[in-house]
Design a protein around this ligand. Structure first.
Ligand code: SAM
Ligand code: SF4
Ligand code: FES
Length: 328
């Protein structure tokens, strides 16, 4: 699909059902009916950045900040493995306390549990990404957020668009399964730029793409901005599936925050991955990137049971494999 075709589809809501069905067919033909579960550990909500949309941004003094110890992280990962997870995702703000040596130690100890390991800890230097890879990390998630450079610059004080791009190409070069994605509904974001985002995922040959609607947080500069549109985010996701037929695409938590059936609808419109939270209950409410996050009162075991029920209810199965893009 070229840019104009993508723009036309995004601008016209009269054929949405056909688009979602087509994305579901492409998903089935290329990655099958299995859903891959990734156990998400939100291990630090401390962040040095100031992304204008995010509740964890450093100027927000209204957050009780926390860090998990290495032992807590390992225990949380073990618990997830006992619940059947084959991938652990370590996510945090950009927290310099976790330097290269500390991260490598953590990666090595979690990899001993025979899991695939994904990192989502922000922009780092090439040598740091290299060290994490050598320590055993398999995948990395770093959303470009938007490919519109002016919009990116307006959203991210003191950040550099080129650097974020370079990080993604460095991750690919180092052999990570590389995940990216965008927010849908940022102020001043255009349909044209969303089309560019999809074309960028293709250009990068992203292995995973997460699309999330923007949700306003009251302690950010965007507290009065309207929330993103669930259906538009779903359309960007469906078009991503059609553009990159064999990649891994999560049904994101933000989608379920805006729509109680959000993840199930996403799984039937191109998605094949879910990332349930396995973080201890005492930390969940504190990792408030946006309000209304789901699963604040359900523990890892309850979430696992809940998501399994939902997946089975639509006739899909849970994968027992690591869930890499290119092989099982
Ligand atoms: N700090 C790392 C980073 O930014 O890449 C990883 C954690 S960050 C909380 C993960 C994702 O949360 C970001 O890529 C962003 O797209 C999403 N996010 C942040 N604020 C959001 C909001 N208000 N609504 C929806 N998604 C949001
Ligand atoms: Fe920090 Fe990530 Fe939130 Fe930006 S999106 S403020 S880098 S946690
Ligand atoms: Fe957490 Fe449903 S996945 S309660």
């Amino acid at each position: 699909m070229d840019k104009q075709e993508i723009i036309d589809i995004l601008s016209d809501n009269s054929k949405n059902d056909r688009l979602f069905k087509e994305a579901d067919n492409v998903r089935m033909a290329n990655v099958g009916d299995e859903v891959h579960l990734r156990g998400l550990i939100e291990f630090s909500n401390i962040c040095k950045r100031q992304c204008k949309y995010c509740g964890l941004r450093s100027p927000n003094k209204d957050v009780e900040r926390y860090r998990l110890s290495k032992e807590e992280m390992l225990q949380t990962a073990k618990n997830a493995v006992n619940l059947g997870y084959r991938t652990i995702v370590l996510q945090s703000g950009e927290d310099d306390y976790f330097d290269t040596d500390k991260m490598c130690e953590i990666i090595q100890s979690i990899k001993k549990l025979d899991v695939a390991l994904t990192l989502s800890i922000g922009e780092k230097f090439y040598d740091e990404y290299k060290a994490f890879k050598e320590a055993g990390a398999d995948r990395y998630l770093l959303r470009i957020e938007t490919t519109d450079k002016n919009l990116y610059t307006a959203m991210h004080p003191n950040a550099d668009f080129e650097n974020r791009m370079n990080c993604l190409y460095n991750l690919k070069k180092l052999g990570y399964e590389t995940g990216t994605g965008c927010l849908v509904g940022l102020p001043n974001q255009t349909i044209e730029s969303l089309a560019d985002d999809i074309l960028f995922f293709k250009e990068l040959d992203a292995d995973m793409v997460g699309i999330g609607p923007f949700i306003p947080h009251e302690h950010t500069p965007f507290k009065d901005v309207a929330k993103g549109d669930f259906w538009l985010a779903l359309k960007v996701m469906a078009l991503t599936r059609i553009t990159l037929p064999d990649i891994n695409i999560p049904a994101t938590t933000a989608m379920e925050t805006l729509n109680p059936q959000g993840r199930i609808i996403a799984l039937q419109s191109g998605a094949n991955v879910v990332m349930p939270n396995v973080t201890g209950l005492e930390y969940r409410a504190k990792y408030e990137i946006y309000p209304g996050k789901i699963c604040l009162n359900e523990n890892a075991e309850q979430c696992r049971g809940c998501i399994e029920g939902k997946i089975k209810s639509i006739g899909r199965t849970i994968s027992k494999d690591y869930g890499f893009r290119n092989f099982k």
